[in-house]
Write a protein that binds this ligand. Sequence first.
Ligand code: PEP
Ligand code: MG
Length: 339
Amino acid sequence: VRTNADTPRDAAKARELGAEGIGLCRTEHMFFEGNRIDAFREMICSETVEEREAALEKILPEQQGDFEKLYEALEGNPVTIRFLDPPLHEFVPTEEEDIKKLADAQGKTVEQIKAICDALHEFNPMMGHRGCRLAVTYPEIAKMQTRAVMEAAIEVAEEKGYDIVPEIMIPLVGEKKELKFVKDVVVEVAEQVKKEKNSDMQYHIGTMIEIPRAALTADKIAEEAEFFSFGTNDLTQMTFGFSRDDAGKFLDSYYKAKIYESDPFARLDQEGVGQLVKMAVEKGRATRPNLKCGICGEHGGDPSSVEFCHKVGLNYVSCSPFRVPIARLAAAQAALNNK
Ligand code: PEP
Ligand code: MG
């Protein structure tokens, strides 16, 4: 049982409660601390690669410091770091004062910043420019994150003597070639950092399986991915075709009409979404027999879903820190019941 944690405090809490690693670190959450959002907004509102790289240069030490603290808190247990995932417009300033500040920092006019932010608007952002699509469009973001992960891991391994093998996770992949594209970027920078630091650190590059097409083509995806982590929040959203942010508005009618018994975002829909999970594990392992598979969607902390994960052969579940004890109990029961 691993945990979903983005801060050393959450990671320490989860370790106390018995978590054996981090299954999902959502790196975007780190950008909200203090005034870090400023550099992140500069990155978003950049119009050239050079501008974007200058902003990323400011973010790198912060990100690296965060990863170092996570590696320290985990004391050599595995840490899966997921690269930037959400649509960028979620981070843009809305207050006049913040827009002005950003415009001044970038030598742009308020109107220019507003135009850039408007252009980021999407009608369907959860199916828009997010996940690995950001790394395909802006490889420099993935480069910065790779450098931060590798430098942090090498630093902490040397200082503390922990045996660290970074796990880099690429989100929202639906096609092997897009994973390969991002993986090539990651490998290039990781190898460069190793050379600079004179290190032979190993690392793994894997993907989330959260788009139905990724599950359907898991045999191909596993040619590139060294591990799978099922993002069942998005996988549920895209399999049912309803929004994880809005479904609550109509699901009550579905419970009343006895169409659904429970919230598919809380309890894994074993009949539909579960079939995709099972199939992807089988297809993935047909290509790569030792493929490590886990789950990091909310279902990873739901007891009936944990049992299902055990049955389909997942190696671990990952859930929020406070759900770790219940997930451990469910995992133990699943192991006993399915000997
Ligand atoms: C998921 O989609 O299940 C997941 C863990 O990622 P996020 O919730 O950050 O989209
Ligand atoms: Mg997701």
